[in-house]
Design a protein around this ligand. Sequence first.
Ligand code: C2E
Ligand code: MG
Ligand code: MG
Ligand code: MG
Length: 284
Amino acid sequence: KAKKQGRNGIQTYTHDINTKLTQRLMLRNDLQDAINQEQFSLHYQPLIRHDGTVKGFEALLRWQHPEKGVISPGRFIPIAEQTGQIIALGQWVMARAARDLLALSALLPNNCLISINLSPLQFYRANFLQTLAETLKNTGLPASRLELELTEGVLMNDTEGAITTLHALHNMGVHVAIDDFGTGFSSLSYLRHLPVNTLKIDRSFITHLPENRKDTAVVSGIIGLAHHLDLTVVAEGVETQQQHQALAALDCDVFQGYFFSRPMPFPAVVDWLKSRKSHPANLS
Ligand code: C2E
Ligand code: MG
Ligand code: MG
Ligand code: MG
């Protein structure tokens, strides 16, 4: 693209890169302040089973920057990963989410899970399992109430190391989900060897349901594969009733998306759960 535009195109391109770099450097400095000053919060998005019951909530990180407003995790997580700041941040997420779930106990069935996104840096750290066990102990969250979300790529990078850690998690009773499934261009054979509980089908396969026959075929295939491997399947990014119906017809186990609820700050979760309790017939 830059070539076609000639000299000016390249200059603009370089200028863009510089601006991006500066922005990243600024964000990186701001991140440190943010960690110290508690500018982060967690939003929670419900995962809804086929029968309308709540399987759990996914914790999603939000950064309220004092000048720039809300910055999405898609922008700051990669920077926090590059600088290693994700370790402190991830630790904060784990403890906060565990405490928030426990604070909702009175409103929740006692098998309700909290799902947390894990960066590869956290997962492959030498003391990962120990830190996790300590956090569970300190917060009082039973291991069986925690689900960790990892992307395919993370597990493919170092399959042997990953399998050892996954077995340890399994023995602790922690659930593991493969996030954004289908986007990793990975071989499916690795799935046979990984002790995981759940596949989360990436939103990109859900968006064009039910009209797109090819996407429907792919989703149907993933659901069949998952069930044969005794895995639970979650559809991410369910936005419409039509998508929900199509997925239910394909025997998808769990749904997550704006159709059911956007990610909510903690107080809104309380209200959401209370209003469901008082209208039990209203499944969504
Ligand atoms: P993810 O784990 O795949 O999370 C799902 C993303 O899809 C979230 O974006 C969520 O808000 C969004 N989403 C949910 N339902 C719908 C829908 O119906 N339509 C559309 N268009 N989007 C929907 P979000 O919150 O911006 O997070 C983006 C990514 O950032 C996450 O993708 C996850 O990979 C990462 N992330 C978020 N929180 C954390 C965290 O605490 N730690 C780490 N390491 N990564 C995190
Ligand atoms: Mg996730
Ligand atoms: Mg996902
Ligand atoms: Mg995703």
